[in-house]
Design a protein around this ligand. Structure first.
Ligand code: PLP
Length: 447
């Protein structure tokens, strides 16, 4: 039934099927009404995804009763870990006061202040996801500059809005020259009229960006980047790249948008803007800022945010800044992700990253461990990866064998997908890192 997978995974597939029988049953029922067998936030993959039942601290349990140490943490959302007691208490309290008001409430102002303290922005609008935050950022930029084109980096992901769902993972054969990539829609359903306003540039190549900005001078509203590419493994900006990008966008009168949905509040309290000391014009946040409840934010300098007040750029959203999500975010940022928490996580992150590097060297694996702060990944590549074209060459099958082998031994090393990375939470301990490395050592010897 799973011939291709057997060829790739061998015994590891047998082991997976045996350990996850109940997941297999649930999957068969789910696909009858849910495409791919998932309701939304879960990676679909073959033979079928694991169905989870509960989670606490650094651990998660599946419906078959298997326990895993969790470094997926919901695509990095859960830097607070699972069911953090402070978060649970704050949410119970908030719930006892009502779920939603449909009116303003005090905690939004407190949360906005905390974010403005961490990030170089004067004002914020809350939304419900990273996708929404980026859509609004582009709208704000277009309105502010009165221009319509945007430049996006090849291989980045900014959510699934049509204008940004382009060149996320283009087949290299269709992607054009590396220094001036051709826009490729991610799937169907995106009108060509929208594609024409999204220009694509390679990451870490300031000359290529300058060529594009020069060619389209006067037409570009904004350049949008993930300051560290984190949907193609972890690809850090090369030294000075973000500073040069800042200077270039100023020279060409173009706004700079940092999509900090993955980096924000994670690689430093103030995200990439703090870590690399670069001030973009607009910042998008989501994921870890919410501690596990759906919330996103788009913030900018005053003159850009003033477009909301003036009525030039309206924004609506029934669930935006709902009291539960705001409470979760405020508790996360003020009571859980404290300076001590960042120090602890960074130390654990160094241990994991160094441990991986040693094992890769000892086992002579053709792999690179790339990371920033506590976030890291394994790329099965002989060379460091510095842009999408390098990422497109990594050995994806080797990664799948690695992932299933780790999971079969009780460690979820990262979300499913060779483009993903590990997250360490404030509730992880040294023993969790040691267990992860012990398992990786055993697995590496078989890769
Ligand atoms: C960098 C980045 N931006 C935006 C998004 C979209 O966020 P959401 O899934 O909350 O819509 C993601 C999701 O993975 C992301 O990684």
């Amino acid at each position: 039934m799973y011939e291709d997978l057997y060829a790739l995974l061998g015994d590891e597939l047998d082991s997976y099927l045996k350990r996850t029988e109940r997941s297999s049953v649930l999957f068969k029922k789910a696909v009858e009404v849910l495409p791919e067998g998932i309701g939304g936030s879960a990676a679909p993959y073959k033979p079928y995804p694991i169905y989870m039942r509960k989670a606490e601290g650094s651990r998660i349990w599946d419906v078959d009763g298997n326990e895993y140490v969790d470094f997926n943490l919901c695509w990095g959302v859960l830097m607070v870990g699972h069911s953090h007691p402070k978060l649970v208490a704050a949410l119970k309290e908030a719930l006892s006061c009502g779920t939603m008001f449909g009116f303003a409430h005090e905690s939004s102002e407190k949360l906005a202040r905390e974010l403005c303290r961490r990030f170089p922005m004067d004002g914020i609008r809350f939304v419900n996801s990273g996708t929404e935050a980026n859509m609004f950022a582009v709208r704000l930029a277009r309105a502010f500059t009165d221009k319509s084109k945007i430049v996006k980096i090849e291989g980045t992901y900014h959510g699934w809005a049509s204008e940004l769902f382009i060149s996320k993972r283009p087949p290299v054969g269709k992607a054009g020259p590396p220094s001036k990539p051709t826009p490729v829609t991610h799937g169907k359903g995106i009108p060509s009229g929208i594609v024409k306003d999204t220009l694509i540039a390679p990451f870490n190549n300031i000359q290529a960006m300058e060529n594009i900005l020069r060619e389209y001078a006067g037409e570009v509203a904004a350049v949008i980047v993930e300051p560290v590419m984190m949907n193609a493994g972890v690809i850090p900006p090369r030294e000075n790249y973000l500073n040069e990008l800042r200077a270039l966008t100023e020279e060409y009168n173009v706004l700079l948008i940092f999509d900090e949905v993955k980096t924000g509040v994670k690689i430093a309290p103030g995200g990439a803007s703090e870590y690399y000391r670069v001030e973009p014009d607009i910042i998008c946040l989501a994921k870890a800022m919410g501690g596990g409840l759906p919330i996103g934010a788009c913030g900018a300098k005053k003159e850009i945010m003033d477009q909301i007040e003036s009525g030039d750029v309206p924004l609506y959203g029934t669930y935006s800044a709902n009291p539960l999500a705001v409470t979760a975010s405020l508790t996360t940022l003020t009571q859980i992700l404290t300076d001590d928490a960042y120090s602890k996580i960074e130390q654990l992150g160094n241990e994991l990253m160094n441990g991986y590097r040693e094992i890769v060297e000892d086992e002579k694996l053709k792999a690179k461990i790339q990371g920033v702060a506590s976030i890291g990944c394994i790329l099965f590549s002989e060379h460091e990866v510095s842009d999408y074209r390098g990422f497109a060459r990594v050995d994806r099958d080797k990664w799948r064998k690695y992932w299933f082998s780790m999971v079969n031994r009780g460690v979820i090393p990262m979300p499913y997908g060779h483009e993903e990375e590990w997250t360490i939470s404030v509730q992880h301990e040294k023993e969790d890192i040691e267990l992860h490395l012990e398992v990786f050592k055993e697995v590496a010897a078989k890769l």
